[in-house]
Design a protein around this ligand. Structure first.
Ligand SMILES: Cc1cc2nc3c(=O)[nH]c(=O)nc-3n(C[C@H](O)[C@H](O)[C@H](O)COP(=O)(O)OP(=O)(O)OC[C@H]3O[C@@H](n4cnc5c(N)ncnc54)[C@H](O)[C@@H]3O)c2cc1C
Length: 346
């Protein structure tokens, strides 16, 4: 059905980031389908301003200066199950679907592949951008291809998994082609399989502690939801962007050097040469556990120091000051530089 698109002017971006900080956007519009996306892009082109597609802002920190262009808020909906046989199913997801609703629908059908990604806030279309991951699964494990509008060549394109250049919390959409593609849908492959332990360490501990021995997408989803509800703040009520730093990946040699002084660093091997270590552990060691910073109004979350919480900050510069305080202390203590996970935009 035809709908007149509204382009609001000079809109605060505070409600378009779960950290609830930032300046104004020059223009902002909501889109419901591919045609509206193209109309929005043409609007920006006519006005000679940049444009940016966002989901629910759970991985965005807006600068105080705001955005001198058009923000396109994604509300494209649709979910399609295409069974290949009794066990395999291709699921095509419109990019504006709420991610956790998608996980819930696939779990209802007893499909496995994304159940450990339960309760991650945001839209489906943002999941490939930073290759979302949790409890041993990443979206790159299931994705087959995605469709996107290519701003460079002004046409719709299909990008297969290999061309997404996925890595740990990264992809081409966050690096070499940042801002170039507006993702409209993704197709993932899920299957009905017998799940077997070992699962991700903290998930194993939870399952054992709760005597759960039936391993289905449903039991894994329920376990992940329970763990996350205890550990992480709900962005509906607490202003935050989830993990504010990625876990650092260091060389084996660096790890061995650190282990001389600390024999209890939580770590996960990445390959023969590299080891991922816990950023939360580094933050705790540096003295920022359950820490409130008077000067900036920012704090770390009591149950997970990796989460920075906006308690009373009113400017992004306060958050940046607090972020740098943590980064500098960890650099000084461990000679490791933490990398911010949510995107500072623009
Ligand atoms: C409490 C909490 C817990 C979290 N836990 C996890 C976790 O366990 N694992 C994890 O990986 N992340 C986690 N996150 C981060 C976040 O939820 C994910 O990155 C999520 O995918 C972001 O979705 P969004 O719709 O909010 O994206 P936004 O924040 O709106 O956008 C993020 C980036 O993606 C781009 N983008 C969004 N949609 C599109 C599109 N359709 N096409 C092209 N680019 C697009 C934006 O321009 C921006 O650069 C957590 C966040 C919170 C607040």
């Amino acid at each position: 059905m035809f709908r007149i698109m509204v382009f609001k002017e000079n809109i605060s971006l505070v409600n378009y980031s779960t950290m609830r900080l930032g300046g104004n956007a020059r223009y902002l519009t909501h889109i419901k389908n591919q045609q509206e996306l193209i109309s929005a892009v043409n609007f920006a082109k006519d006005k000679r301003i940049p444009c940016l597609m966002i989901g629910s802002g759970s991985n965005i920190v807006w600068r105080d200066e705001g955005y001198q262009g058009l923000i396109i808020v994604n509300n494209i909906k649709g979910l399609d199950f295409n069974w290949q046989n009794q066990h395999q199913c291709l699921v095509t997801i419109a990019s504006g679907e709420v991610w956790d609703n998608v996980v819930a629908e696939t779990v209802k059908k007893d499909l496995s592949g994304i159940e450990a990604l339960s309760l991650i806030p945001g839209t489906a279309g943002a999941t490939p951008v930073q290759n979302v991951g949790a409890y041993g699964q990443e979206i790159s494990d299931s994705i087959i291809e995605l469709k996107a509008y290519d701003l460079k060549n002004h046409k719709m394109v299909v990008i297969n998994k290999a061309d997404c250049l996925f890595g740990y919390r990264t992809s081409r959409f966050k690096t070499i082609d940042k801002g170039r593609f507006f993702i409209t849908s993704l197709t993932i492959e899920l299957s009905k399989t017998n799940l077997k332990p070992p699962f991700y360490k903290s998930l194993n501990i939870y399952l054992e502690k709760n005597n759960i021995t039936s391993y289905t997408p449903r039991t894994i989803r329920d376990a992940v939801i329970d763990i996350r509800r205890h550990k992480l703040p709900d962005p509906k009520f607490v202003k935050n962007n989830g993990s504010f730093f990625a876990n650092p990946i260091i060389s084996k040699a660096e790890f061995l050097k650190l282990s001389l002084n600390y024999d209890n660093i939580p770590n996960w091997p990445v390959n023969n040469k590299q080891i991922k270590i816990s950023a939360a552990w580094l933050i705790e060691q540096a003295g920022f556990s359950n820490y409130y910073d008077q000067q900036t109004g920012m704090s770390t979350w009591a149950n997970q120091p990796l989460v920075l919480v906006n308690k009373q900050a009113s400017h992004t510069r306060d958050l940046i000051k607090f972020r740098d305080k943590i980064i500098n202390k960890i650099k000084q203590d461990f000679d490791i530089t933490l990398i911010q996970e949510p995107e500072l935009l623009p």
